[in-house]
Ligand binder design. Structure first.
Ligand code: HEM
Length: 520
């Protein structure tokens, strides 16, 4: 039977339409499959309620490093009801902190402060918002500029001198000292005087006592916060405040708030009395922030609550980190007499054996700088950088959803055997021989991140650098150190996600050089 040509056309048309139709159906089906199935980073199997908590030891950076060795440099871990993506190598850190910096420039509140007095006032945990940008601008252009840091050189020197004198007295009395506590008190005093020390005009003002009081108030909040955070990882329990830590932290905040209210009142009174009003006066951080608060033309209106919380956060960010860095450096130096000796020889050859080392000597002391860089590599006081993804993005081929909480594990990165030779060894020399890498405190080398990197990097690094170099140098120059009860100082870190040292550094100072003899 002959087929009509028109029938061929008809059959061809049906074939064409069905082929094109099928093509579109298959394409949209695969597209929808792809859309429905994002590729999350790998991670271990999670248990109900606790997630992966059973796989984590009390020192978070270490146990996340162990897990990353198995699951890779980008993995996901669930702590209680919260999912975290963990970054554990330099290449991936560069993608998060540099290539996609703006997409990860937000941070998250770790917890307790969410329900408290200063809700929405955080700077350190703020999202990448107008407020954060405004405050960051003030920090880098007014509060912590190099001119401002120079202006407070005498304050740091005075406090360092007081510490050295008290250690000389201990040496003469043959008494031990808890160097951890001494260094914490020193950093508190320095930061207190620089931020809110401009009230000496009130006569009965004693900043040493006040700094200790302020430290106590803030430490109390931190202690309550830690306990509260333990409960907090178990999402639903958060509401019940089972152990009363929520209430305790509220009281601690209230006490801090009352004290800050008094201090602000004193500043305002001083201003009204025209005691501190000259343009040439040494303005501290509080003076500048109160000025900003009064400025009705400011881009962002900051309130007293912002100011109060900002001070608390600056104390929290600066005191423990700076004192831990010095404590770790001293522990390593006491444990390694050959490095201690080499450092003292450098100081003596550059500064002379009859003058106290000063901040201005530090640029001429490369071995001292290498000792502190190596200390911060092995013992970073802030080992885990926090970030939040603000948009959906792809890192290493994995999908990261907007809102995901991230940790960059600098502890693991700075011990990565692919980047560091003999990573567990304390070898300051490695920083003298590495001419091809820029390993400073600015976070330009993603294998070396003690102060973080990108928009949210630490702007306190220059202040910290002044404090830690000159203080450690002076402690090495002026004293020999003998540990109480043992030859080796413990350098383990505490539980949690900070790099604070677990053991106090109790030791006997023995005077090697007395810089103040005949000066009093
Ligand atoms: C040895 C001492 C210090 C160390 C190791 C240290 C380390 C760090 C690290 C790792 C971060 C997170 C950076 C990031 O996420 O990329 C940070 C943030 C911060 N640090 Fe420091 N810090 C030190 C001292 C200081 C000091 C002295 C101050 C204040 C004067 C300070 C103020 C801050 C602030 C305000 C932030 C939050 C910045 C933001 O979120 O935008 N830090 N620090």
């Amino acid at each position: 039977m002959a087929i009509d040509v028109t029938e061929y056309y008809f059959l061809f048309l049906i074939w064409l339409i069905s082929t094109v139709g099928m093509h579109f159906i298959i394409k949209s089906w695969t597209n929808s499959l792809n859309k429905q199935k994002p590729r999350p980073p790998p991670g271990p199997r999670a248990l109900p309620i606790i997630g992966h908590l059973h796989l984590l030891s009390s020192t978070l950076p270490k146990s996340l490093e162990t897990l990353a060795n198995r699951y890779g440099p980008l993995m996901q871990i669930r702590m209680g009801d919260t999912l975290f993506v963990i970054v554990s190598d330099a290449n991936t850190a560069e993608k998060v902190l540099k290539t996609h910096d703006i997409d990860f420039a937000s941070k998250y509140e770790p917890g307790p402060s969410q329900k408290l007095l200063y809700k929405g006032c955080s700077f350190i945990n703020a999202p990448y918002s107008l407020y954060w940008r405004f405050m960051k601008k003030i920090c880098v252009t007014k509060l912590f500029t190099s001119a401002q840091l120079q202006r407070f050189t005498h304050v740091r020197e005075e406090e360092r001198t007081k510490l050295l004198k008290s250690l000389i007295e201990r040496s003469e009395a043959g008494e031990p000292c808890d160097l951890s506590k001494e260094l914490e008190a020193l950093t508190s005093l320095m930061i207190y005087r620089m931020t809110m020390g401009n009230r000496s005009s009130s006569g009965d003002y004693n900043y040493s006592v006040e700094a200790v009081e302020m430290r106590g108030l803030i430490r109390n909040i931190m202690e309550c916060g830690k306990k509260y955070a333990v409960i907090e990882v178990f999402g639903p329990l958060r509401r019940f405040d089972l152990f009363g830590n929520g209430k305790r932290i509220e009281t601690a905040f209230l006490r801090y708030d009352q004290r800050l209210e008094q201090i602000i009142h004193e500043y305002e009174e001083n201003r009204m009395n025209n005691i501190i009003d000259g343009e040439n006066e040494e303005k501290d951080v509080m003076d500048i922030l109160l000025e900003t608060c009064r400025d009705s033309s400011a881009e962002v209106m900051i309130t007293k609550s912002h100011i109060k919380y900002f001070f608390m956060e600056i104390f929290m960010a600066s005191v423990d980190s700076t004192s831990t860095a010095m404590q770790s450096a001293m522990a390593e130096l006491i444990n390694r007499p050959e490095i201690f000796k080499k450092l003292r020889e450098e100081i003596n050859s550059v500064v002379g054996s009859n003058q106290l080392v000063k901040e201005s000597d530090v640029p001429n002391l490369p071995y001292l700088q290498a000792v502190l860089k190596e200390t911060l590599r092995l013992h970073p006081p802030g080992p885990m950088l926090r970030r939040t993804a603000t948009v959906d993005s792809k890192i290493n081929g994995y999908d990261i959803k907007a809102g995901t909480k991230m940790f960059v594990n600098c502890y693991a990165i700075m011990r990565d055997p692919n980047v560091w030779k003999d990573p567990e060894k304390f070898m300051p020399e490695r920083f003298l021989d590495c001419c091809d890498r820029v390993m400073d405190f600015k976070g330009q080398d993603f294998g070396y991140l003690p102060f973080g990197s990108g928009r949210r990097a630490c702007f306190g690094a220059p202040h910290a650098a002044y404090v830690i170099h000159a203080t450690v140098a002076a402690l090495v120059q002026c004293f020999d150190w003998k540990l109480e009860g043992g030859d080796k100082a413990g350098i383990d870190i505490v539980s949690g996600y900070t790099g604070a040292m677990a053991h106090p550094l109790v030791c006997y100072p023995n005077v090697n050089f007395e810089p103040f003899k005949g000066l009093d």
